[in-house]
Ligand binder design. Structure first.
Ligand SMILES: *Cc1c(COP(=O)(O)O)cnc(C)c1O
Length: 733
């Protein structure tokens, strides 16, 4: 990726953007190169993200050129283009390296050669089609903004490992999501990068004649074309649609420009490309899905295209026949626990974006189309919601944790006038999970290989066997592995804060001498998440004096690592960040609190793998699930969290700490005060004492007991393998 912008780039005219981009493109074009014969396999490896969830896979790239690996932001395609000739031949002459590469090559080929499993009617010919607006597979495919994308990426990886017949569809955002920098005065700045497809592991999708497959979508009186790219996620094909082609008007080339960046019209148009374009693409590829999984409402227009197809193919049928047929094939996962979080569009906008031919083909009137997106079909003022559309047009809806299922039933009761109570609303839940081998640190994977066996991932599928296996690992081994990861985190934090130039203001983000930052013996708390109101970043600072007392304690201090982005238009969010940066210039805070810029998958990995405690304080019940705490738990981190989302199911009294109560009777203000008090109290009376209590061999035995409990109970329960299995058994079939 090449930086092409400053803060004002997103405001620039498309033409100007295009010119800048082309200039940079010309200056930085690298030709594909011939690799040494015995390393030729590296090229093949770079085209499939399989390496990204295998420690040996990552090592192959890092060893090729450690400096360049980080400079290219862990992008194998770029690494192979840029690595110098001399280094390449050195590695080609390194027998050990070549042998490791061959070994991994065999594993990869073997993995790919297994025929897919069948799950009832889900077969290679009739797979699951998974639709999502963002995918967080790896940082070298920067096509996500946060939790939803990471979840989708983990879903694909588990589907690949379990060899589930599944294809995925999404959009390729040329400028992705913004990259974050914090200025000297603590204010967040955004930059956009142009991802060059020739530097990403994306292949053009072609027809038998070798021509690009294009899909056409009608909108606003114009035809817009989208081309498709293929990303290979192990055994899974992920197709990404993109409108950046010369056949389109300039304005339309930018439809898939920014993720969640545009206005309402851009959103509708993006969602049309995703839903309608996605169905048309699968058809052109000859794929006939047995189930369409709408992961969040963004792709819900796909149901209209399926209805149109049905009516075209079946004479003498009407829209309601089409709906029955479409519902049979479609399932929906909702991710938002509040009405405001669901996409809605004005009827005028929908009218402008859907042409008459399309509506006529559905054999319904304009108003009937609008009504499909209303909670109350008769309320002509109501805006068009993607969630109501999805609820109507699918046979199954689920939330992403038990609590979120319950909240969603209440939220959408209004759509089921025949139901008298929320309990009867047909919305179930599948609790989110994370992909174990992506998120468990290599050091822990090595520990498991040694103490459990090379097949540890299979043992993980049996809760009881896993629990026993974890209990048998010596305390010292668990503790030392964690210490190693904590030291890696500290080195990462120092490295990240070292390179900042010094400005006129001192914020915690700018440390003159990073060697003094952080201490591996000090209790380390991680807090990283989107800066959104309900995540309550402010809660920790409710009583600053009390917080600083903990941080400054001579015997039992605490240190904090923060990360997270505020939406570019979220001024209060940016103010929260700015306040955080400038907390108390004089105390120990300056060397015990760090904000790591540009929270992404790589940052998330270091943080969730290295901290002692993972903090989460959302306003209940607004954390639909949350997954970052699951990543921490899988690395022996203890969650210190409000009982909301996944933690209600995960917490057993021993495997972490809970904040506040499950009571629903408080106002927001009362809950904030109570939860802040509870947070301080638990830190002071439980977390800090337990962490510093040393027993036999100078080990914190009580703490390790909790760590092992977390590893034993939470790893199997919140793995995405379990999640995908649940989706197959309870939803897809
Ligand atoms: C896991 C992850 C998330 C989602 O975590 P939450 O607990 O929902 O905040 C968001 N962003 C990144 C980069 C992640 O890795």
């Amino acid at each position: 990726m090449k930086e092409t912008s400053n803060e004002t780039f997103s405001d620039m005219q498309p033409v100007a953007k295009q010119q800048i981009t082309e200039q940079i493109f010309r200056n930085n074009f690298y030709f594909d190169r011939e690799l040494p014969e015995n390393l030729r396999f590296l090229d093949r490896l770079a085209w499939n993200f399989f390496w990204s969830w295998r420690p040996e896979g990552i090592n192959i790239w890092r060893e090729l050129d450690p400096y360049l690996w980080d400079k290219t932001e862990q992008n194998p395609r770029l690494l192979l283009k840029q690595v110098c000739e001399f280094r390449l031949w050195q590695k080609a002459n390194d027998a050990n390296y070549v042998e490791k590469t061959n070994h991994f090559a065999n594993e990869f080929e073997n993995y790919l050669s297994q025929p897919a499993n069948c799950f009832g009617k889900i077969t290679t010919q009739n797979p699951v089609a998974y639709f999502c607006a963002e995918y967080g597979v790896h940082n070298s495919l920067p096509n996500y903004s946060g939790g939803l994308g990471i979840l989708a990426g983990d879903h694909l990886k588990s589907a690949s490992d379990k060899n589930v017949p599944l294809v995925a569809v999404g959009l390729l955002y040329r400028f992705g999501y913004f990259r974050q920098k914090i200025a000297h005065n603590g204010w967040q700045q955004e930059r956009y990068f142009d991802s060059f497809v020739n530097e990403l592991a994306l292949q053009p999708v072609l027809d038998e004649m070798g021509e690009r497959i294009l899909v056409m979508i009608h909108m606003r009186g114009r035809e817009v074309f989208a081309q498709a790219w293929l990303a290979q996620i192990g055994r899974i094909s992920l197709y990404l649609l993109d409108t950046n082609i010369s056949q389109n008007a300039e304005i339309d080339q930018l439809v898939t420009g920014h993720l969640y960046g545009g206005d309402a019209e851009t959103r509708v148009v993006q969602e049309k490309i995703l839903g309608i374009g996605g169905v048309r693409l699968l058809k052109k590829l000859g794929i006939e899905p047995t189930v369409y999984h709408l992961n969040e409402g963004h792709s819900a227009f796909l149901t209209l295209e399926l209805a149109r197809e049905f009516l075209e193919a079946n004479e003498n049928t009407n829209f309601s026949d089409a709906v029955s047929s479409v519902r049979e094939k479609c399932v929906f996962t909702t991710h938002t626990p509040v009405s405001a979080g669901n996409d809605t569009f004005s009827p005028d906008l929908i009218a402008a974006c859907f042409d008459e031919n399309f509506i006529n083909a559905l054999k319904i009137s304009k108003d009937e189309l609008f009504a499909l997106g209303r909670t109350n079909v008769d309320d002509k003022e109501e805006w068009f919601g993607m969630t109501p559309l999805a609820l109507r047009m699918t046979r199954s809806t689920n939330g992403v944790s038990e609590k979120h299922g319950e909240v969603s039933r209440t939220l959408w009761l209004k759509m089921f006038p025949e139901k008298t109570s929320a309990d009867e609303v047909p919305i179930t839940h599948i609790t989110n999970g994370v992909h174990a081998s992506t998120w468990i640190a290599p050091a822990f994977q090595t520990l498991y290989e040694k103490h459990i066996g090379a097949n540890w991932a299979e043992v993980l599928e049996d809760k009881t066997a896993w629990r026993k296996a974890i209990e048998k690992i010596p305390d010292a081994a668990v503790w030392n592995t964690h210490r190693l990861l904590k030291q890696l985190l500290i080195a990462f934090v120092r490295q990240k804060t070292f390179s900042k130039e010094i400005g006129s203001h001192d914020t915690i983000n700018e440390h003159r001498d990073t060697r003094k930052l952080f201490d591996a013996d000090v209790l380390t708390v991680g807090f990283a998440r989107r800066v959104a109101g309900y995540k309550r970043w402010n809660l920790l600072f409710n009583d600053l004096e009390r917080l600083l007392k903990m941080v400054n304690d001579a015997e039992k201090p605490v240190q904090f690592v923060f990360a997270g982005k505020a939406h570019p238009q979220d001024i209060p969010g940016k103010e929260i960040l700015q306040n955080l940066m400038s907390v108390d210039q004089n105390s120990e805070w300056q060397r015990r609190a760090v904000f790591v810029e540009d929270y992404d998958q790589e940052v998330a990995r270091y943080l969730t793998q290295g901290v002692d405690v993972w903090l989460n304080v959302p306003r209940r019940p607004l954390e639909a699930s949350g997954t970052s705490g699951q990543k921490a738990a899988m690395n022996g981190g203890l969650n210190l969290s409000i009982l909301d989302g996944w933690w209600i199911e995960g917490f057993n009294g021993e495997n972490g700490f809970s904040i506040g109560t499950l009571s629903n009777e408080l106002t927001d203000e009362e809950a904030d005060i109570n939860d802040a008090e509870s947070l301080y109290q638990i830190l002071e009376t439980e977390v800090i004492p337990a962490y510093y209590l040393k027993g036999e061999n100078d080990l914190p035995g009580e703490w390790i007991r909790r760590m092992k409990n977390a590893l034993a109970t939470l790893t199997p329960q919140f793995s995405s393998d379990r999640m995908v299995k649940d989706y197959i058994e309870k939803i897809y079939l």
